[in-house]
Design a protein around this ligand. Structure first.
Ligand SMILES: *Cc1c(COP(=O)(O)O)cnc(C)c1O
Length: 421
């Protein structure tokens, strides 16, 4: 992301001082570098093209859903993965082609299934045995599906964002024969066509060991049971850099390792090479987004800590309280050589756990200063809430040196729009 201090010592994105965005749109504010988003999509496409395998790359909507983002995804030839009728609605509203959308979720309601069938989505990712019956009963014609399997592989990541271990609410386990049952059930259904297999072993995964091990396991399993598929969807999970301590595993290297593994295991057991599908979310939008906050109250607790309170908090960033996430925070309105002090950035909501960044090093800041939290493009706005009747922030995209509003800040009227008077 093109974020640098300009000649006035202000942090600027594509030469636009962040203070200008603060003045124009107010804070808290989400700001995305659209060029960065598009470039991430192109890196996936380029690496997959270079590998020579047939592929589809879809964006995982849950990372950040908005109409303009979905239009960009379509322009960048991405498919879309949705997990709710609300995400599907937003995508259709954006004019996203239904045939490039696939529907995930461990508990799709009948209403959601009906809605997705009527819209004509490309694929359902079936997550349970009962879902086979439910889709079959609701469909009037052929429906292409993938079966989500639980491969029993533990990805190297945070416990709460691991999904591939044996004890999980997602998918059907390979080990206990449930996945095989699912396949037989799909084969026996009237309307469902088994197009392939899906797995997603976790998020913010460092390296590709878990993914390549799972690919091998799944191809061997398919081969052993004489199951033929056209598509293998390996989910998302590509890691990004929140702080200097994170390893940003290069997309190009990851895709090379993944496609090399897929090719070699297929050759080894003489299994026809399937189309490779993947669905990154965080890696597309995570590092492209930042959050701007204005500093309010400051509390210096002698020899203990300095609490800097900002005008947002867990209503726009739940990840610190949820996952103990770490962030890089920068002073955006001025640059100083002042000594760094131990600082905790606290939100303004009524929870002690409402912390954005704990024990970080920052220069002395003052009320009115502008802070910028990096890498907040994924799972921030999409996880935002109205706790304490906080209004969801506005979202701005910056492209080629120009900024534009993409989502308005919620109004007070929005907060009570559904209240019955
Ligand atoms: C969350 C999720 C993704 C995206 O994960 P990222 O870590 O954001 O890339 C993709 N597929 C499925 C099924 C998911 O649940």
């Amino acid at each position: 992301m093109d974020l640098t201090y300009n000649e006035h010592n202000q942090l600027a994105l594509q030469d636009i001082p962040l203070t200008e965005l603060q003045e124009t749109y107010g804070t808290p504010l989400f700001v995305y570098d659209e060029n960065h988003i598009r470039n991430q999509c192109r890196r996936f496409h380029q690496s997959l093209k270079n590998s020579g395998v047939e592929y589809t790359v879809s964006y995982a909507s849950k990372a950040f859903s908005s109409i303009q983002l979905f239009r960009i995804m379509n322009e960048e030839n991405m498919g879309l993965d949705v997990v709710s009728d609300g995400e599907l609605y937003t995508a259709l509203k954006a004019g996203f082609p239904a045939e490039h959308i696939h529907f995930h979720g461990n508990n799709k309601t009948n209403e959601e299934i009906r809605y997705a069938l009527e819209a004509g989505i490309g694929l359902f990712v079936v997550d349970s045995l009962s879902e086979v019956d439910r889709i079959d009963a609701l469909a009037n014609g052929p429906v292409d599906v993938l079966l989500r399997v639980n491969p029993g592989v533990e990805a190297h990541t945070h416990e709460f964002i691991q999904t591939g271990q044996e004890d999980s609410k997602f998918g059907l386990s390979l080990l206990h024969g449930l996945a095989l049952k699912g396949i037989r059930k799909i084969e026996a259904s009237r309307h469902l066509n088994l197009k392939g297999i899906h797995f997603h072993i976790g998020s913010q995964i460092f390296g590709t060991e878990g993914t390549t091990a799972t690919i091998k396991k799944v191809i061997h399993w398919l081969n052993d049971h004489d199951i033929h598929i056209e598509k293998l969807n390996i989910g998302g999970g590509f890691s990004i850099q929140y702080t200097d301590e994170d390893v940003r595993y290069p997309i190009e290297d990851a895709i090379k390792e993944i496609t090399d593994t897929l090719r070699s295991v297929c050759e080894e057991v003489d299994y026809p090479l399937p189309e490779l599908m993947m669905e990154p979310g965080r890696a597309i939008v995570g590092e492209a987004g930042i959050t701007l906050y204005t500093v309010g109250t400051i509390k210096d607790i002698p020899n203990t800590n300095t609490y800097v309170s900002i005008d947002g908090g867990m209503s726009d960033n739940i990840r610190t309280s949820l996952y103990d996430a770490k962030y890089t925070v920068k002073l955006a309105n001025r640059r100083t050589e002042d000594q760094l002090i131990r600082t905790t950035i606290a939100g303004k909501l009524c929870e002690s756990g409402d912390i954005i960044a704990k024990d970080i090093s920052l220069p002395h800041v003052e009320a009115g200063d502008l802070l910028c939290v990096l890498a907040t493009g994924a799972y921030h706005y999409s996880m935002a809430s109205n706790y304490n009747q906080m209004r969801k922030p506005a979202v701005v995209f910056v492209k080629d040196g120009q900024h534009r509003l993409v989502i308005k800040r919620q109004s007070f009227e929005d907060l009570v729009a559904n209240d019955v008077m």
